[in-house]
Ligand binder design. Structure first.
Ligand code: PBG
Length: 365
């Protein structure tokens, strides 16, 4: 039904009328409006001021739900910038301790540690050496901040193998699933012994959660938590990370990481990992896979994490450096999207900065 302006004025003399159609007999504006008149339901009312928007905001970020991934390189005396991840460092042993203490002081919820060894071999021996770079880092960080922050370690062989794959290889060059599980079991014990609160199983081998859970339990580490990178896609977003850990990989990880075109398979991976004893599950990368985050959060009853990976970080930093994006706003917008999609925990290289913005209360989009 359309309403003419004169008729409307007769009904409600105070009704505000757009100037453009004041003299027209029939207003195209009014004719186009649903119901034929001005709206009585106005969602814009709830967006009218910063205080009003804050009152009705549905998704809120907290530093406690952020986890900071950190790199520590064996033999470094001073921290070193990672060129493709401006602002992110390869830490020395000392700078790692200081940064971990700072993260705890900022109220960040957790740290995820990655080690870069000086020597690599076919089976990734440094990954299970009690004096290996990652084991030492775990012990250091636990001593420094372990009461205040959850200390997690990456459980995967790729930083430690000379071929750069996440597992050990068969004679034909393919990744040998079951031989790799034995190495993961040894790694789990080394990391648990070093004191890690949470083991982040990121290798995408079949059965890895079950093997690690049973070996931990048999050795008495019944309280060590397993965070399964249950859903890890073979993504191009890991490029800068491979620079950060000085990866030697040639080729790709498509025989073990998931095909980006598949969603159902992700749900199967999560169900299997939970059945094998995963305490928490992760989806990775985050932003290109928010549909998966949502489906997993809706279907499963364990904490869901998402990893905003190195390429997601680098894309924003590169655009911001060119002045093409408002850096702080885009950081907070991406983190909010990941949270809104259903992730309770977010791994992000921006954790210190996001925590500072949230703690200061100055960030107002
Ligand atoms: C494997 C691992 C990777 C990342 C985290 N754990 C690399 C890979 O699968 O190639 C990538 C994280 C990132 O890109 O930020 N140990």
């Amino acid at each position: 039904m359309s309403v003419t302006l004169p008729a409307l004025h007769k009904l409600c003399p105070g009704f505000p009328v757009p100037d453009v159609d004041r003299d027209a007999d029939t207003s195209p504006v009014l004719r186009a409006a649903p119901g034929g008149g001005f709206p009585t339901v106005r969602p814009r009312r709830l967006r009218s001021s910063p205080a009003m928007r804050s009152l009705v905001a549905q998704t809120r970020l907290h530093p406690q739900q952020l986890v900071l991934p950190m790199f520590v390189r064996e033999g470094l005396l001073e921290p070193r910038e990672i060129p493709s991840m401006p602002g992110v460092l390869q830490h020395s042993r000392d700078s790692l301790r200081r940064a971990a203490a700072d993260a705890a002081a900022a109220g960040i919820g957790g740290l995820m540690l990655f080690g870069v060894p000086q020597h690599r071999d076919a089976v990734g021996s440094a990954g299970t050496d009690p004096d290996g770079v990652l084991q030492r880092a775990i012990t250091d960080v636990i001593a420094e901040a372990g009461d205040a922050i959850v200390v997690m370690s990456d459980l995967c062989l790729d930083e430690f193998t000379d071929h750069g794959h996440c597992g050990v290889l068969s004679p034909d060059g393919s990744v040998d699933n079951d031989a790799t599980l034995l190495r993961y079991a040894e790694m789990a014990l080394a990391q648990a012994q070093a004191g890690a609160h949470v083991l982040g199983l990121s290798g995408m081998m079949d059965g890895q959660v079950g093997v690690v859970r049973s070996v931990l339990d048999a050795a008495g580490y019944t309280d060590t938590v397993i965070l399964a990178y249950a859903v890890k896609y073979a993504s191009a977003c890991y490029g800068p990370f491979r620079e950060a850990v000085e990866s030697t990989l040639t080729g790709n990880r498509k025989t073990y990481q998931q095909d980006p075109s598949n969603a159902t398979e992700a749900l199967r991976e999560v169900a299997l990992d939970i059945a094998e004893g995963a305490d928490m599950v992760m989806i990775k990368p985050a932003l290109p896979y928010l549909d998966i985050v949502r489906q997993v959060a809706d279907r499963f009853d364990v904490p869901v994490a998402a990893y905003q990976v190195s390429g997601e970080y680098a894309m924003v930093e590169a655009a911001a450096a060119n002045g093409w994006l408002d850096r702080e706003r885009i950081i907070m917008e991406t983190l909010t999207s990941i949270k809104r999609a259903g992730a309770g925990i977010i791994l992000t290289y921006w954790a210190p900065e996001a925590a500072a913005l949230l703690n200061s209360g100055t960030f107002q989009d």
